[in-house]
Design a protein around this ligand. Structure first.
Ligand SMILES: Cc1cc2nc3c(=O)[nH]c(=O)nc-3n(C[C@H](O)[C@H](O)[C@H](O)COP(=O)(O)OP(=O)(O)OC[C@H]3O[C@@H](n4cnc5c(N)ncnc54)[C@H](O)[C@@H]3O)c2cc1C
Length: 400
């Protein structure tokens, strides 16, 4: 269903180019369609070439945003319902439990790459054209349209362009050549899935997160599939070394990191395979991107507001921003819509990013700080990790 503009259509966009077919791109295309704007997605990768991805948890707020777009229904079949997070120390002590508010959509964990596949499939089913193998390199704002340029020397033109091209966005450079680079968090992220027996039983909907003595480990299992991730602190990052480190070497490093912790990490490492293992990557964020739009080009998702994975919110924020931007484009001329979108979104996303940065510091704590963390966390979790305290994040809903 499409909703038309509510007053005059003067200055309103009718067509859009969307760069990137991850989470933000398909969500934006669906939201724009709902707003009466025809969108096309341009994605650099070809279908089936990306990795399935490690476990990603979609929070209630992200699912609410996707529900507005009728894009949530197909996700549950591919994921593991995750009503609770159990936070533990390396000794096995439970530091706190975070339950999904039963009045909100239940959090869902699914492979990161599959989430993007499913959202693209949903957009395609709604008639959104998706052009693969198109690497966006530049754009010209003519004043009344945008012409996107791709590395195969082809172009595409529409009333506006939305950069959904992730944390290393090319569109971000176009709206602000001085835009900041992603910031390294001090943690390397590893993760993946184990299909079939994993040496650990079903976690019954709990995602266990362990602040270990040397590193952080998370896992959940429905008995048939087990998703896991590890965050290893490395102060000084050597990107080439990270890229070149083999699966065998990572499992050796993880065995050493988790050797003294209670919990299932060592059993799971024994069951990991190179096929289910997602290449390690430095975890990064963008605490403040000063410029989100220029002329007829705007940014959403990680291109504008990348949070580190520790928030469990990056995909949810991308979906929310897609809906909010489309809502304003439905009602306002392009530049006013971009400004209204930024006003509505900036403080929320930057607060999430800042909270995740604090969590990252706890994950990379030294032995003394870790003892304080483990002693104080139960107190803070009991007071601050309640559904009421988390409502600003999880109960966020958008009035369409
Ligand atoms: C290890 C890890 C774990 C995470 N866990 C969670 C979690 O539990 N919960 C959560 O909510 N979030 C999580 N996130 C964050 C989440 O994945 C991102 O916030 C989300 O994917 C952002 O969506 P996006 O569409 O903005 O960017 P992306 O998903 O990165 O998509 C960008 C797309 O643009 C394409 N692209 C890039 N450049 C170009 C170009 N020049 N031309 C054309 N196409 C281009 C890319 O190929 C890609 O398909 C995690 C991230 C990581 C790295």
């Amino acid at each position: 269903m499409t909703n038309g503009p509510i007053t005059s259509t003067a200055g309103r966009a009718r067509t859009a180019l969307i760069i990137g077919g991850g989470v933000a791109g398909p969500a934006a295309a669906l939201a724009l369609r709902k707003a009466g704007i025809e969108a096309r997605i341009f994605e650099t990768h070809r279908p089936g070439t990306g990795s399935k991805g490690g476990p990603l948890t979609l929070a209630s707020n992200g699912l609410s945003a996707l529900r507005l777009l009728d894009a949530d229904a197909g996700l549950a079949a591919e994921g593991i319902a995750t009503p609770r997070m159990v936070i533990q120390s390396g000794t096995g002590k439970v530091l706190g439990t975070v339950e999904t508010d039963p009045d909100l959509p239940m959090c869902l964990t699914l492979p990161r790459g599959r989430l993007a596949d499913l959202l693209r499939e949903r957009a395609a089913a709604e008639g959104v054209p998706i052009v693969y193998g198109k690497r966006f390199v530049d754009a010209v704002d003519t004043g009344h349209s945008v012409i996107a340029q791709f590395d195969d020397h082809t172009t595409a033109e529409a009333d506006l362009l939305i950069g959904c091209d992730g944390i290393r966005s090319v569109a971000r450079r176009l709206v602000d050549p001085a835009a900041p680079e992603p910031r390294y968090t001090g943690l390397i992220g590893l993760g993946g899935y184990i299909d079939g027996p994993s040496g650990v039983p079903s976690t019954g909907g709990s995602f266990h997160m362990i602040f270990g003595r040397r590193a952080f480990f998370g896992h959940l299992s429905d008995g048939e599939r087990t998703g896991w991730f590890a965050n290893l602190p490395y102060k000084h990052l050597d990107r080439d070394a990270v890229r070149e480190t083999s699966f065998e070497e990572w499992t050796r490093l993880m065995r050493a990191a988790f050797a003294d912790d209670a919990g299932p990490a060592l059993d799971l490492i024994d069951h990991m395979t190179p096929e289910g293992f997602i290449p390690a990557s430095p975890l990064e964020d963008l605490p403040h991107v000063p410029v989100w739009s220029k002329g007829r080009i705007a940014l959403i998702g990680d291109a504008a507001h990348a949070t580190s994975p520790s928030s469990g919110q990056g995909a949810s924020l991308a979906a929310e921003s897609a809906v909010v931007l489309a809502k304003h484009l439905r009602d306002l001329p392009v530049e006013r819509a971009f400004a209204a979108y930024e006003r509505e979104r900036r403080s929320r996303v930057e607060r999430v990013i800042a909270e995740a940065a604090r969590t990252n510091r706890s994950k990379a704590a030294g032995p003394v700080a870790a003892r304080f963390r483990d002693a104080l966390m139960p107190f803070f979790m009991a007071r601050f990790a309640t559904p009421e305290r988390a409502a600003w994040q999880h109960a966020y809903t958008i009035e369409w």
